[in-house]
Design a protein around this ligand. Sequence first.
Ligand SMILES: *[C@@H]1O[C@H](CO)[C@@H](O)[C@H](O)[C@H]1NC(C)=O
Ligand SMILES: *[C@@H]1O[C@H](CO)[C@@H](O)[C@H](O)[C@H]1NC(C)=O
Length: 158
Amino acid sequence: MLLFVCLFALLISSSSHAADFCVAKLKGAGNPAGYACRMPSKVTVDDFVFTGLGVAGNTTNIISAAVTPAFVQQFPGVNGLGLSMARLDLAPAGVIPMHTHPGASEVLFVSFSDPDPGLQITDFAFFANNLSSELLEKSTFLDDAQVKKLKKVLGGTG
Ligand SMILES: *[C@@H]1O[C@H](CO)[C@@H](O)[C@H](O)[C@H]1NC(C)=O
Ligand SMILES: *[C@@H]1O[C@H](CO)[C@@H](O)[C@H](O)[C@H]1NC(C)=O
């Protein structure tokens, strides 16, 4: 009987250890698998709620764009789940600088405000064109050799 109780206690105990959450303890160092788990007594409901994706980012900046991350640092409840999210706001003529995410692959869901949004690849607009090199140098901050090289690669002249 005693053995049964102990086994039962062990089962209860091991199932309670099979936690289905591991809220990040952000003060420690992270590793590719995430952060250490915060003690359950230190976890609050706010760790599982992130409202930032419903709020437009401020696009008044040099790139006319705003990224609102819901990464583990902002949303500690995603720790160990193998996913995170981000909201992207792009104002007219907004751009996202070339970047990488060294820790993840990314799937981008994009919706448009028009059934025919068009597509203009800025590199082609600039360099597969006959705009004067001087104008392009001023507007892109590239030097003459770089502009001429891009024009040659993409078929522009001037
Ligand atoms: C957006 O950012 C700009 C530039 O930093 C700032 O001047 C402006 O107050 C911000 N707008 C809001 C609504 O926070
Ligand atoms: C650039 O000029 C060439 C002739 O020099 C012309 O054939 C070509 O259509 C022009 N390209 C554009 C994008 O205007």
